[in-house]
Design a binder for this molecule. Structure first.
Ligand code: FAD
Length: 404
């Protein structure tokens, strides 16, 4: 028998070249993994700096992941769970927290189970991350806008000095969704991919606010106020949480959670209603009994405050949408408080959405997020047609997928 040499399974794989297009969390994490595995990585970014949406996400506290049990956590990805799960089981919430710590950023679990950096902001994390990428030898070219592929299959970038091209063994597209254009995620890539024969689904706002025709009185009294400890119901979906009354309508986490359903209903029927339960911890009989007690000289507002513990914002909402004859009848009023209809005028514009659904259709990608029609090119992050509520699931879904 000839003595055939055995493969050395510990020998490093030959280094490949990789280009990562888009310097948001999905692209930067892909760059880190590729460079960490010894490949030569170059990052291209259209904007003058990296991670602008990531920094914006940190403005009100960077909710980087969530601490709930893994089963519940994975359920948040809905119909996309099956595609993301194998990756998130390997690099999920615990690994993201450890990764932050490795960058010198301690995290903590907030009262709702959401995980934040202790500093709350995203900028120290992003700075440490970019330093690590530089140490790993990643080059970043800013102000390089990817415009597609040329006839020789090179990636083409438009720059102030004219077009430049690049080709590599591995290409990562991590170009983001279709909202907050001014931060770089303008969705212009969709036409390029469709022209290249890649199926994409139109963008839809995924975590968005809605316009409501509030009276001037309510806006003056309540705009900016939170409505806490309520349930919101749209069709068959009920969520407990809080939201904010804005000058134009409603926004905030509980609204974002039902926003996909609310948006679909509005698109299909031209109208939609979200129903509030302002006293989710009291049943209808309890609310009715409390309201039926004589209120003496108390105004109705005072009676609502004293008998049910409602704050001024909830009381203003009741007066805003409830007809007078209902206000004067304790049994009807109790029903209204348990089931307060807020009529939606329209969704806020796509560009204001926290995230967008739509994007590259799942059937275009293999299990490793490689484009089936373009072997060697991978797509990551929000540009794929998956959605999740706010709560750290979006960034986790961008960081967790590992193509290696
Ligand atoms: C106000 C706000 C608050 C948020 N808060 C949270 C939160 O607390 N927790 C959470 O999980 N998520 C949050 N998100 C969502 C989260 O920021 C995004 O889901 C995430 O940034 C998506 O990452 P990404 O890498 O896929 O895309 P992006 O972060 O959008 O990055 C894409 C990058 O690609 C670049 N690019 C686009 N087109 C081109 C091109 N043609 N050529 C070169 N470069 C290009 C863009 O400039 C951008 O830098 C928030 C979003 C917003 C707007």
């Amino acid at each position: 028998m000839p003595n055939t040499p055995k493969a050395d399974t510990n020998a490093p794989l030959p280094a490949k070249t990789a280009i990562v297009i888009g310097a948001g969390p999905a692209g930067l994490m892909a760059a880190e993994r590729l460079a960490g595995a010894g490949h030569n990585v170059t990052i291209y970014e259209a904007m003058p700096s990296a991670g602008r949406k990531f920094l914006m996400a940190g403005k009100s506290g960077l909710n980087i992941t969530h601490s709930e049990d893994m089963e519940t956590f994975l359920s948040r990805y809905g119909t996309s769970r099956a595609r993301l799960e194998p990756h998130l089981r390997k690099f999920g919430p615990a690994e993201i927290r450890a990764w932050c710590e490795g960058l010198g950023i301690e995290t903590f679990v907030g009262s709702s189970g959401r995980v934040f950096p202790k500093v709350m902001k995203a900028s120290p994390l992003l700075r440490a991350w970019l330093r690590r990428l530089a140490d790993l030898g990643c080059n970043i070219h800013y102000r390089h806008k990817w415009t597609g592929w040329d006839a020789s299959d090179n990636a083409v970038f438009s720059t102030a000095d004219g077009d430049v091209t690049a080709k590599a063994d591995i290409t990562i597209l991590a170009l983001g969704g279709g909202s907050w254009k001014k931060l770089g995620s303008n969705g212009a890539w969709m036409k390029i991919l469709i022209d290249a024969g890649i199926a994409c689904n139109p963008f839809k706002p995924a975590n968005c606010g809605f316009d409501v025709r509030w009276t001037d009185h309510l806006i003056e009294k309540c705009a900016g106020n939170p409505v806490k400890a309520v349930t919101l119901t749209c069709e068959d979906q009920t969520v407990r949480g809080e939201f904010v009354i804005s000058k134009t309508g409603i926004e905030g986490s509980a609204v974002y959670t039902v926003s996909a359903k609310l948006h679909d209903t509005w698109l299909q029927t031209g109208s939609a209603t979200v129903t509030l339960d302002l006293t989710p911890d009291r049943d209808l009989a309890d609310v009715t009994a409390r309201l039926a007690k004589p209120r003496g000289k108390n105004s109705l507002g005072n009676h609502l405050r004293k008998s049910l513990g409602l704050d001024a914002t909830k009381i203003a909402l009741i007066f805003e949408v409830t007809p007078r004859e209902v206000l004067n009848d304790p049994a009807k009023l109790a029903s209204a408080i348990k089931s307060l209809p807020i009529a939606i005028a329209r969704p806020r514009p796509l560009d204001e959405a926290i995230s967008t659904a739509g994007g590259i259709a799942w059937e275009e990608l293999d299990d490793n997020f490689q484009l089936i029609k373009r072997p060697g090119t991978y797509c990551l992050g929000e540009m794929i047609d998956w959605e999740a509520p706010t709560g750290g699931y979006l960034i986790t879904g961008c960081l967790g997928v590992n193509i290696l």
